[in-house]
Write a protein that binds this ligand. Structure first.
Ligand code: GDG
Length: 483
């Protein structure tokens, strides 16, 4: 068997340029961690964009960057500012992202975006083709690169290609509105295996393939030319050990070892042991339902006024895609909303919402997870939602309540949480009330099975399951299918 080539929009390393010297620092994100077992140095290569456009990289640094990346088994696809504007901020995040998350009103169908998407997908495919041998295995990630499988297949008909979509796949009724719908499906069908987080997304995809391309679909196999393409669901897990161990370490740390944030959280807990912290963590993205969640908090305070001065909502909104107009509008909306609600409800000793618009270091993320009585995650549509899984993994004594949107892929595996419809304020207010009053034993009864599941189906298992399924698919004998 040959080497493995992983392809994603961004590389799993961050570049730092300091006085002409380059360092590549490995990212700690879920995908990078999960792929560790697959991308274990030696015989694998990760191809992606470094995060710096051609205009930002001085010519004399190009070879230094390539060298720094090579040390981490990575190779970059160079992109210009215009390419990033059209392919990433344009087609990926103004067409595919809103449409796949059911925000039709934000979806833009621009020929220019589509042209840039095709051209950049071609660049990624060429970068793969420059490295790939016939017996290599290629794993393509996510919605920015849906045309890559077919582009590679055309040149290397027998190579093994897997594709995984990290976001939801929409229903046929929504998907068919895209002017380039057939091209997108054909792009994906260059793969041998196409993976989704849930069975629902898989079903939507199969239905689009059947109805738009008229292809024969049997169970979850698609026949195309002389090939069979397998479609399956692989719910992504987390690095369970990393989160549970960090939480343990946090609890055992001495007063001196605690972060400023942890000390502040502890002070508030001590002042009123009955008070509850609600936690909301997401990228600042309209699909995450952040503004609605804050409106629902206001609704809750009005419905259950006895909790005024007793509960606090911590909102961590991580800056994201701030070049896209809808994200700028959302930022303004959330800023104003938090300001209005705090202005209306605050007392001298109580601020109902603590709002952080930034990314926090991992240690602080753990502080927030371990100090929050209730994690409140209400995306309007979300491929998986790993934050929900991470919260449960950090609850070392198995206390804590997860209130989770039914619209998150993770809801399928987290049935013991309080599942809510993010549009139903009445239900949300009542879930918060239930969560506040839930006996410790019940919290533990609910969390224990979820922890067990998350520990077993961790991110490494996810990556291995996908790879094994891809290998199996390639091994099958299709000689009975006429060429
Ligand atoms: C896409 C899909 C799918 C968040 N704030 C901070 C921080 N984080 C980390 C969390 C978590 C990750 O970011 C967010 O993952 P999610 O899954 O919740 O959401 P997306 O970014 O939208 O990811 C999603 C995922 O892909 C995987 O397939 O689940 O549905 O949309 O790991 O811990 N990390 C640090 N500081 C922060 O402030 N260090």
């Amino acid at each position: 068997m040959g080497k493995t080539i992983i392809i994603s929009n961004r590389l799993p390393v961050q570049l730092q340029i300091d006085q002409g010297e380059i360092t590549a620092i490995p990212s700690v994100g879920g995908l990078a961690t999960g792929m560790k077992s697959v991308h274990s140095g030696g015989d694998s290569l990760w191809i992606g964009w470094s995060g710096l456009t051609d205009e930002e990289i001085p010519d004399e640094l190009v070879s230094k960057i390539d060298k720094a990346l090579a040390e981490h088994g990575s190779s970059q696809v160079n992109l210009t500012e215009d390419e990033i504007d059209g392919y990433y901020y344009g087609f990926s995040n103004r067409t595919v992202w809103p449409l796949f998350h059911y925000f039709m009103e934000y979806t833009e169908f621009e020929q220019e975006f589509w042209d840039a998407y095709k051209a950049v997908n071609r660049k990624f495919a060429d970068a793969i083709l420059a490295e790939a041998e016939d017996d290599d295995t290629i794993w393509v990630h996510d919605y920015q690169l849906m045309l890559v499988p077919q582009m590679v297949r055309e040149e290397k008909p027998d190579i093994s290609i897997g594709f995984f979509l990290h976001i939801p796949f929409p229903s046929y009724e929504i998907f068919r509105t895209i002017p380039w719908r057939e091209e997108l499906l054909e792009g994906l069908l260059g793969s041998d295996l196409i993976g989704f987080h849930t069975y629902d997304y898989e079903r939507h995809f199969l239905s689009s393939v059947r109805r738009l391309l008229g292809l024969e679909v049997s169970f979850n196999d698609i026949s195309l030319d002389h090939r069979i393409i397998k479609v399956d669901s692989f719910p992504m897990g987390i690095d369970y050990k990393k989160f549970s161990e960090a939480a343990k370490k946090n609890e055992e740390s001495s007063e001196k070892g605690k972060s400023e944030l942890q000390k502040r959280l502890d002070t508030h807990k001590k002042a009123d042991p009955e008070a509850k912290f609600f936690l909301s963590i997401d990228r600042l993205d309209y699909s995450k339902g952040i503004a609605k969640r804050i409106y629902a908090f206001e609704y809750f305070l009005n419905k259950y006024p006895e909790y005024k001065e007793k509960v606090r909502l911590i909102v961590l909104a991580v800056p994201s895609r701030s070049n896209v107009p809808q994200y700028q509008l959302l930022k303004r909306e959330v800023d104003e909303l938090v300001g209005r609600i705090n202005g209306e409800f605050s007392t001298v000793s109580w601020t109902p919402i603590w709002y952080f618009y930034r990314s926090m270091p991992f240690e602080n993320l753990i502080d927030l997870y371990t100090s929050s009585d209730i994690a409140w995650l209400t995306p309007l549509r979300d491929g998986m939602n790993l934050v929900a899984k991470e919260y449960i993994a950090t609850r070392t004594d198995q206390t804590g309540v997860l209130i989770l949107s039914e619209m998150a892929g993770s809801a399928n595996e987290m049935n013991e949480s309080l599942l809510i419809n993010p549009n139903n304020f009445e239900q949300i207010a009542d879930a918060l009330h239930t969560a506040i009053n839930m006996p410790v034993e019940e919290q533990q009864e609910r969390n224990a099975p979820m922890q067990k599941r998350l520990e077993r189906y961790n991110v490494e298992k996810w990556a291995n399951d996908f790879m094994n399924s891809l290998v199996d698919q390639k091994r099958k004998d299709y000689s009975h299918i006429a060429r």
